[in-house]
Design a protein around this ligand. Structure first.
Ligand code: SF4
Length: 316
């Protein structure tokens, strides 16, 4: 469905010295495949480049280098006008249900805007679709002519989800869609996505820093550290047998039904700055297993088993 090859996204910012610019390598040489009807969970600490990667795949950010394929077609360099025909199929749900909905639009306008634009649907048909999708996300049709400020955070996020799903997309980036919600709304939103996907073919890149949510929803898990994907594997494989020391530390603390998993591994130290990343393996400043080579050479992704790849000098 979606494949990215060596995708990098850089930003430049002003430095303290007025004549200099800093380059932030937000995403570096990312490779990832998201198959049909699959949920890929993208996990990592805050600021590691997860959201940047998600937005870059949807061409919402300019690339430094790399390629994006959608259904085997190279869409990397399509102009906005050429990409428009794919926009309804490739969608994003944002983290903040407060700022992602236009406060001046009614629920009806919010949900039908895409239908009128992309499908050129008439208003009657669009209303039918809006009522249908509201039911699917657990909201009543009576709310159609109300405004976003009249709803709770959980209800707003359902409206935001309805706005995307009504377009019947093929691929959706869910960018931290539960992080602004309380625990009970988180569970409802996650189950809503799962249930929708069980009845409709949909591929998802599910971005979250919450390992429990990722472990619950994802078929495949990709782990990011300081702009690089360091491990990708099937969900059970990465939970039961993580190979990268960073993944091991992350997943040693997740909650399994009725018990905490394995032994705890503690992540020491702060995440290094994104402007001056460490040499070699970016994780070497925090890695309990770091060797001399780790400071000098950047490890590349190696396939260790079917569907399990890792970037670490000590794993081969
Ligand atoms: Fe640790 Fe070295 Fe592996 Fe990096 S390459 S994770 S520093 S052992």
């Amino acid at each position: 469905m979606i494949e990215i090859k060596d995708l990098s996204v850089y930003f430049t910012t002003n430095s303290k010295e007025w004549f200099k610019k800093n380059t932030i390598k937000a995403v570096e040489n990312a490779n990832l495949t998201i198959k049909e009807n699959t949920i890929v969970g993208l996990v990592g600490e805050s600021g590691c480049g997860k959201s940047t990667l998600g937005r870059a795949i949807l061409k919402l950010l300019p690339l430094h280098s790399g390629k994006i394929f959608y259904q085997n077609e190279d869409i990397t360099h399509l102009k906005n006008s050429e990409f428009l025909k794919y926009r309804k199929e490739l969608q994003i749900i944002f983290q903040d249900p407060y700022s992602s909905l236009n406060p001046r639009f009614t629920v009806f306008e919010i949900i039908t805007e895409g239908l009128l634009t992309h499908y050129k649907m008439n208003k009657e048909k669009a209303k039918e679709k809006a009522v249908e999708i509201l039911e699917k996300v657990g909201l009543k049709s009576e709310i159609l002519y109300r405004y976003p400020h009249e709803f709770s955070g959980g209800q707003r996020q359902r409206i935001a989800i309805a706005r995307v799903l009504v377009l019947e997309p093929k691929f959706v980036v869910c960018d931290e869609i539960t992080s602004a919600l309380d625990v009970s709304n988180q569970a409802q939103v996650i189950n809503l996505i799962k249930e929708y996907k069980s009845k409709n073919p949909l591929s998802i890149l599910f971005i979250s820093h919450d390992l429990n949510i990722i472990s619950y929803i994802a078929d495949i898990i990709a782990v990011m550290y300081l702009g690089k994907i360091v491990e990708v594997a099937k969900r059970d494989s990465i939970i039961e047998k993580p190979l990268h020391p960073y993944t091991k530390a992350l997943f040693s603390n997740i909650f399994k039904i009725g018990e905490f998993t394995q032994k705890k591994e503690v992540l020491y130290g702060e995440v290094p700055g994104v402007i001056q990343k460490p040499s070699g393996c970016y994780f070497h400043t925090r890695c309990p297993l770091a060797k001399e080579i780790c400071k000098q050479e950047i490890p590349t992704m190696q396939k260790v088993e079917d569907s399990h790849s890792v970037a670490c000098h000590l794993v081969s």
